[in-house]
Design a protein around this ligand. Structure first.
Ligand code: M6R
Length: 357
């Protein structure tokens, strides 16, 4: 039910703080700490490496998941595109554990990998929004995203839900393994939910930025470093699929190795800056493209912001910044699509769940 919303994408972007709170509730114990099914945790503890396999937005969430699993739980983690993995399988460790990320649980590219690794006898977990979906039935374990039905083809709340459940998983593994972890993540995620609400209350300003920066451009760049790089990959995918603006999500430091040649007068370049360690260098990249005529828009976290930054994000735990930095990029994609008169919820050439390889 759309309620008062014109499109599901707008509704689903707005639902994200509530989804986060629902996940926190679903996966925390009486002490307010994350606690997940023990059989999942012990299966992961018995493995020597995690392989995340996914497509599209779920794949982009996987990269944030790698950061969480490695930093919080200290488990080496690789991220693979399902459509490549099946034909070009990496050398696996002795005791791999597979995590399939899939909103729908029906993606054929991911399923063919699951069929292969099931035949090899390796353990697997599906994170999905759909109970009883194919990937859920065929994996050993399932964790539900609790995001509620996602109708718009462009995935928004499933991305933030995946990162949130992966945070709960990382923290539970850390505690069971006696690793220090990174604070009380259930508490930190509550702060994130409030932060998301603040960004969502600034929609009018973000709509104006979409008009100023993206309404007529044929191409655009998103740049960032470290965890912000993972988010710009997702931001670029979102803008491409709903607005049809050709967009690259780029590691900011890599621009000077070739791609900066594409910067012309008024090329939109959107930078995400949430990390103290990389902020200075990314600022340098913003200046470089600006000096070559780029129309630059900066999304920066509180504490790292500068005077002319257009979007300032509320400060959250350093590992959880993707959950807030992605929100303005979802809104920029939504409004650009809307202003261009596209069918926001059903972009051309795309289907909600991709059941062919
Ligand atoms: O249902 P899944 O998460 O397995 O879907 C994977 C991709 O097809 C999906 O994320 C796609 O990239 C979205 N349209 C992105 O918004």
């Amino acid at each position: 039910d759309l309620g008062t919303y014109p499109y599901y994408m707008a509704k689903e972007i707005d639902e994200q703080p509530a989804v986060l709170r629902k996940i926190i509730q679903a996966y925390q114990n009486e002490q307010g700490q994350f606690e997940l099914d023990k059989t999942i945790i012990s299966s992961i503890e018995n493995s020597d490496r995690i392989y995340i396999v996914a497509c599209g937005t779920s794949y982009n969430a996987g990269w944030v998941g790698k950061q969480l699993l490695e930093t919080i739980a200290h488990i080496p983690t690789e991220v693979h595109l399902a459509s490549e993995f099946g034909y070009n399988m990496p050398i696996l460790t002795k005791k791999p554990f597979f995590i399939f990320l899939s909103q729908s649980g029906e993606t054929a590219d991911s399923r063919q990998v699951l069929v292969k690794i099931n035949a090899m006898g390796f353990p697997s977990l599906t994170l999905t929004n759909v109970a009883g979906s194919t990937l859920s039935r065929e994996a050993d374990f399932t964790l539900l995203l609790h995001a509620g039905p996602e109708i718009a083809v462009a995935s928004t709340k499933a991305y933030t839900a995946q990162i949130t459940v992966l945070t709960a998983l990382s923290e539970t593994i850390a505690r069971e393994n006696g690793v220090a972890g990174d604070g009380n993540m259930a508490h930190e995620l509550g702060i994130v939910a409030t932060g998301m609400e603040r960004i969502l209350s600034e929609k009018t300003a973000i709509e104006q930025l979409a008009t100023d920066f993206l309404s007529t451009s044929r191409n655009a760049f998103y740049i960032g470093r470290g965890i912000d790089y993972y988010v710009v990959m997702e931001a670029a995918l979102k803008l491409k699929e709903v607005s049809y603006v050709q967009t690259e999500g780029f590691a900011a430091g890599e621009l000077k190795h070739g791609t900066i040649a594409l910067i012309e007068e008024n090329t939109p370049v959107i930078a995400i800056i949430t990390n103290k360690a990389t902020a200075g260098h990314t600022r340098g990249n913003v200046q470089e493209v600006s000096a070559r005529g780029a129309h630059t828009l900066v999304i920066a976290m509180e504490g790292l912001e500068q005077q002319n930054d257009q979007i300032v994000l509320p400060e959250v735990h350093p590992l959880l910044t993707p959950l807030v930095s992605v929100v303005p990029t979802q809104l920029l994609a939504y409004y650009t699509s809307l202003h261009r008169g596209n069918d926001v919820d059903k972009p051309r050439n795309l289907a909600k769940s991709v059941t062919v390889e």
